[in-house]
Design a protein around this ligand. Sequence first.
Ligand SMILES: [Zn+2]
Ligand SMILES: [Zn+2]
Length: 403
Amino acid sequence: MVDLDALKDRADAIVADHADDLVAASRRIHADPELAFAEGRAHDLLADLLEAAGLAVERGTGGVPTAFAARAGTSGPTVAVLCEYDALPGIGHACGHNIIGAAGVGAGIAAAALADEVGGRLLVLGTPAEEGGGGKVALAEAGAFEGVDAALMVHPAGLDLARITAIAIHQVQVTYHGRAAHAAAAPHLGRNALDAAVLGYQNVAALRQHIRPDERIHGIFTEAGTAPNVVPERASTFWYVRSPTVAGLAELKPRVLAALEAGAAATGCTVEHHWQDPAYADMVDNEAMIERYRRNLARSGRSLLEPSRDQAVVGSTDMGNISHLVPSIHPMIAVSPPDVAIHTVDFARFAGSDAGDRAVLDGARAMAATVLDLWAEPGALEAVRLEFEAKLASGRATGRATV
Ligand SMILES: [Zn+2]
Ligand SMILES: [Zn+2]
């Protein structure tokens, strides 16, 4: 019988041994933000750390140049720890993905050192482009999650939360085509694409009264004409369509599209749309994994809260897609006061602070301990698997990473 508590203490010690490197990596990535699919320096930095610790690292895995896969262990169940490291345009690491990357590497190094002794296999996966582009979906399509029994990551926030309130999202670009004309001399010859876009926008506004209260549709104008005295021949809008589940999203999308297209019909214009893949799925949290993460996080003196009406992080993530494919969790770890929201300049500051550094190390410890539970706690992985199979059977999980 393995002594899990003793193993977790050893994992803690390994994280402590690497603390300086992990914190330095978090700070370096934070100070040098790179956008989706261009995270070359963060990729190299994290891959180098894993390789130096003895993991076998495949750079550019799955045909994605800034993804990596690091492996350890030769037998037993496979647990994947996921790293993100992309930043946001204009506001740097305002989502704190530097912390996700460094914490994932810390957990990976600690668990890898114990993998052969415990009898587990570890995959540390570097997953680019969470903020747009869906690196995890590309990796899933390339087979990166085949044979993976469970997947986990941590994401910084203003609270230690058991889960993100992640709802499904698909983005759509809409372009209206009309006919240009002099707006004073010959307006009757024109067909106004801006009018079409405005009516489409207003139609969506009317639709909002009759969608579920937890659904969201929000759009902007990206092209609206060039001069007031020219009837706009072209106008464009860009929309995020969100619903709590992929099934709800599938019902909502045609209604949104009908509203947008009606603007063209009313004005004698034509319209084209382009759904931007991949769509992000909702998150199917594995409660058996969350329970273990909760206990393991408590070892660092943090208590994991459930989201409430006033305390929640609502958004969308490509980890949702993975959670439909393999048992997954996406807990949030506190780096800022609760009133500081992610995707703000304020939050970016906290992601590069001492509190951010503590989250790297506490997150690494809690994830490493959870990996050990899944490898070695009798019945743990079985409970995780049975829960996931029940969610597949009920349709709560789709079994696919693509929406
Ligand atoms: Zn994020
Ligand atoms: Zn984000």
